[in-house]
Structures are given as C-alpha cells and as structure tokens.
Design a protein around this ligand. Sequence first.
Ligand SMILES: Cc1cc2nc3c(=O)[nH]c(=O)nc-3n(C[C@H](O)[C@H](O)[C@H](O)COP(=O)(O)O)c2cc1C
Length: 323
Amino acid sequence: MLPNNRQSEGRIVLAPMEGVLDYHVRQILTEINLFDYCVTEFVRVTHHLLTNRTFYRLCPELYHHGTTLTGTPVRVQLLGQDPILMAENGQKAIELGSYGIDVNCGCPAKTVVGSQGGAYLLNSPELIYQIVTKMRQAIHQATPLSVKIRLGFDDKSRCMEIAQAVEQGGASEIVIHGRTKADGYRADKIDWPTIGQLKASLTIPVIANGEIFSPQDAKNCRMQSCTPDIMLGRGILTLPNLANMIRFNQPAMSWQQVIQILHRYAITQIDEAKPFYHSARIKQWLSYLKQHYPQANDLLQGIRTLKEQQAMIDHLTCALDQR
Ligand SMILES: Cc1cc2nc3c(=O)[nH]c(=O)nc-3n(C[C@H](O)[C@H](O)[C@H](O)COP(=O)(O)O)c2cc1C
C-alpha cells in the first residue's frame, strides 16, 4: 500500500538502465515506490522497423496497456540516428501502447557511439533537431516525447544548443543527466547548476538526473537545478524505496525487507533467460546495495560461487529464515 500523505511535490521518474532495470525489476520497484513513470532499457533502431516481438520483449508492459501491473506508465526508449527510422519506430511503439517515447542521446558505450548513436548525437544538435522533428511529426502532438541528454560530449560548450534543439524539434520534455559523456559516472563531475541554467532558457519541463542517492541529494538537486522533477538511476538500486523516502519521508527499508525483494526476484521465472541470468543479476544488484547495506557484502561473499537459479533461491531462503 502506498501512503497517501504525499510530502514532496515534483515528479519522480525511474531511469532507463540497460542490463539492470528490466521488466521484472521495474515491476518490483513500482510496487515499492510511487513513480510518475518508468523508461525502458534502450532498443537500437538500425536499418528497419523493429518487430512487434522486439517491442514486447523490451517492454512486456505493452501487453498491459503500457503500464506495470501496479499501474505505473512505461515509456519505450529508442536509440538511433536516422530521423525517418526513429520516427517510424516511435510511431509503432505508440501504436503498441507505449506511454510516449524517449530518445537516448546520452549512451556512452563504445559500440553505440561508434555507430553514431547515443552520446554521439551530442556532437550534432542539428541532427538531434531533425530526429525530434520527424518523430514529433509522426506522433500526435499530445503524446509525450522526451529526449534524454548529457551536458555534452567532451565538454559543456554546446549544452544550450543541444537543449534548444530538443525543444525546437517539438519534444514535450527533456531529461538532463548533469555530466558530459567524457565525465562518465564520476561523482565529482555532477553539475546540477548547469541543468538550472538550461532550464531557465527552456519552456518545456526539465527532469534532472544524476547522482541522487538520498533524500538530501534529491533536495539539493531540485534546488540547484531549479526543477521539481527528478529521475533516479543507481540510487534506487542502492536504496530500493528511495523514491518513497523522497516523497513521503519513509525510512529506508530494513535489510530483511531487501532480502525479501531479492528472493522474489530469484524465484521469478524468466522466459528466454540465459543460463546464470538470475545469479548475475542478483550479484549485480547486491553490488549496488553494498553502498547502503553493509550486510549485502556478506551475502555477496556467500553467493560468489553460486551460478544456478535454484542455488540462489536456496541461499536467499536461508537468509530470509535467519530473522
Ligand atoms: C548500467 C547502466 C545502464 C544504463 N542504461 C541506460 C539506458 O539504457 N538508457 C539511458 O538513457 N541511460 C542509461 N543509463 C544512464 C542512467 O539512466 C542515468 O542517466 C545515469 O545512471 C545517471 O543517473 P544516476 O546517477 O541516478 O545513476 C545507464 C546507466 C547505467 C549505470
């Protein structure tokens, strides 16, 4: 049950995280927290219209009117550089039920940048403008179209041009991760005030993103970026109820509650899961949880050599029983 004594205003969005925030984790996190919406992991648009199967695999919520089972809207994220193909695929995702479209202009992965997508687009505000314009022409004016950017590729000198290209192309909102591609994920590089400067020159809503790991960070980010709307990425993995801690002043979940979540993830049957999928994902999640819960480190050591799903379930069941 979600509390109804909402403490803070402003939207809170669940970030896209490829290889981490899949359908199952989105479901768990949107049961625990009240998010305004989620964004899927990115899907690459290369040479053709993606198949229905690809969209449904990326976003099984499309079987459910584009929301998680608890009713949180989910937006498909597209990554590509061809304006026409991006527009056609965006239109298709909307027809299948996506709650709007998000365009990835920030992915720093070598293969993505090498194929001139993701963060590569930050070098070319003109191309961002063309992509957004074509996409807006292909989808209804009232349909949400967001673009997720970083502050630049090597430096921030073109951040204003980039943000204005997004707005002038017809996006309904912009998500700004307050670092450049060159900054990677360095904590000391986070720059919320520059988000604030961009916000001052835009009329569309700005969602600030980057380095929010606590309610105090959320407060600082909102103040420095001058926007009430924020997006949570790695922070929600370190504190699984972070969105509700921010919204409702909830205390952090207990370690026992966290183990219950991990156990639930471990027992989930996932079609087409590769061998050792569960063990890899749970180890990955524990490495985030370590930042807040020291017990995660011990658990991680205990499961280090485990690979099979059943072994993970058995170990987590034992951990649950040790109350
Ligand atoms: C493992 C990982 C995967 C990510 N995948 C995506 C993605 O698919 N699309 C995207 O736009 N951003 C992606 N990001 C970036 C996050 O959405 C977010 O912008 C970034 O982590 C900064 O926010 P944070 O400091 O709250 O984590 C990813 C980040 C990480 C760490």
